[in-house]
Write a protein that binds this ligand. Structure first.
Ligand SMILES: [Zn+2]
Length: 177
């Protein structure tokens, strides 16, 4: 988890870098920028740019690409409020109890795993999801499957983006060696 976060921070730094010089000794920002483009997942790349590069200008394309992905999978159009809510959950996933630190101070001063998020990301309740989607709580059950599918589209896109980037970076490393 931490190592992954580290590489995301590294990627985020590269997104906003003004220094696009190549380096012979190490991966430079330009390598990350190139690897991002070669990851093979435009949606995953935009999602990570939105979240970790804090670039709001790609929000619209994230919505569009997610809607397309949903349509491809289901042959139905997604309800837009579900897409916005799922994006909100993806972006704002910091546990409200531990603030994303994943651990809380225990009685004996040792850090204990946060019970609210179990050391992972914040999980939204059905009530919160319904409210974010502007859907009445008692109708949520009819929309929940679509919502979870959109969440899955986000997960799989960011996953394949990360895998694609790792592949592109290791290819770059091998061709240098
Ligand atoms: Zn927590």
């Amino acid at each position: 988890m931490n190592r992954m976060y580290g590489s995301r921070r590294r990627e985020a730094r590269a997104i906003n870098s003004r220094n696009l010089q190549w380096s012979d000794t190490d991966f430079a920002d330009v390598d990350y920028v190139a690897a991002r483009a070669m990851s093979g997942s435009p949606l995953g790349s935009s999602l990570e740019r939105l979240k970790f590069g804090m670039d709001r200008s790609v929000y619209g394309s994230c919505v569009e690409l997610l809607a397309e992905k949903f349509l491809r999978r289901t042959r139905r159009a997604a309800r837009m409020s579900l897409i916005h809510a799922a994006l909100h959950e993806y972006l704002d996933d910091q546990c409200t109890v531990c603030g994303g630190k994943e651990s809380v101070a225990a009685d004996n001063d040792a850090a204990a795993k946060c019970a609210a998020c179990d050391g992972g990301a914040r999980t939204y309740t059905a009530t919160e999801r319904a409210r974010m989607s502007s859907i009445a709580a008692d109708s949520w059950r009819r929309h929940e499957a679509d919502y979870l599918l959109i969440r899955d589209c986000i997960r799989s896109a960011t996953g394949s983006h990360r895998k694609g980037m790792a592949r592109a970076l290791s290819d770059a490393f091998e061709s240098d060696a």
